[in-house]
Design a protein around this ligand. Structure first.
Ligand code: HEC
Length: 255
């Protein structure tokens, strides 16, 4: 086979397998838009609190130091008093409580490091933050699973619902609908089985804060980057004007 033919064949196979993968993921639900706003310090602080309280039991954020939380408006003393559970040094990185080997035994999978997950999990359904916002709000009770939990955005997930006391227990509701000529169950909403300590609205807000924090954590310099970027663009615009006027002045007599 000529190399161009080989190349074309390879391309066809690659495209076919890509669309295949998309189709396989097609029955997972659409992602909701995450309410991300990294200039809302109150939201980021609340998110950081939820993160260290509910996630660091099993997950690390090995590229994040506690004292970096000064960037979201906390003092070292506040960090020490409220957020240090797995260490006693504010200069330490966020380490998990659990031993990864044990986690693998208990949950069938190692809890991944979460520092960058808000960026790494983006996909055709939206940003990584959209995914997280959907994932943490689509848990339901499933007694056929070892943990007793299942998830619409991540079917058969090994992680039990970490926020279930806040959200309560829910069941997805399906209705039979005709899709392309075939009747199949379609997800239409939720039934609250037992109440949580939060109302659904409060829960969405809490998860929004948590995801906002995880979004910020994946790139703590982003606020600086944007602020600096605006000044750089203004400088370039001003400089372009000066260069243009100078150019006209230099060539004035020659033309
Ligand atoms: C009881 C331990 C435990 C706690 C607490 C926990 N997780 Fe997990 N998490 C896991 C395990 C185990 C996995 C791997 C699941 C798998 O691959 O099936 C996981 C996976 C994940 C993933 C990856 C999902 C994916 O699509 O790849 C994310 C994101 C995540 N957890 C976020 C969180 C957040 C946010 C919290 C805190 C609100 C949290 N986890 C609390 C055990 C835990």
């Amino acid at each position: 086979m000529k190399s161009i033919q080989k190349f074309a064949l390879g391309l066809c196979i690659a495209v076919a397998s890509l669309t295949g993968a998309q189709a396989a993921g097609g029955n997972a639900i659409a992602w909701d838009k995450a309410p991300v706003n990294t200039s809302d310090l109150g939201s980021l602080q609340n998110g950081a609190k939820l993160f260290v309280n509910y996630c660091l039991n099993c997950h690390s954020a090995a590229f994040m130091r506690y004292n970096r939380l000064q960037d979201i408006g906390l003092t070292n003393q506040q960090i020490k008093d409220n957020l240090l559970f797995t260490t006693d040094k504010v200069g330490d990185t966020m380490k998990a409580n659990i031993d990864p080997k044990q986690a693998k035994e208990w949950f069938g999978a190692v809890p991944p490091d979460l520092t960058l997950v808000a960026r790494s999990r983006s996909g055709h359904g939206g940003t990584g933050s959209d995914y997280l916002y959907t994932y943490l709000r689509t848990y339901y009770r499933d007694e056929t699973k070892p943990t007793g939990w299942n998830n619409l955005a991540f079917p058969n997930v090994g992680m039990p619902n970490p926020l279930w006391q806040l959200q309560g227990e829910r069941q997805p509701v399906y209705e039979d609908r005709k899709v392309k000529g075939q009747t199949e169950p379609v997800f239409v909403g939720w039934k609250q089985v037992t109440p949580g300590t939060m109302s659904p609205k409060q829960y969405d807000k809490a998860v929004g804060d948590l995801v906002n924090y995880m979004h910020w954590m994946a790139e703590p310099a982003q606020n600086n980057r944007v602020r600096l970027g605006i000044w750089v663009l203004l400088f370039l615009a001003g400089f372009t004007y000066i260069a243009w006027r100078l150019n006209t002045a230099y060539w004035k007599d020659i033309k």
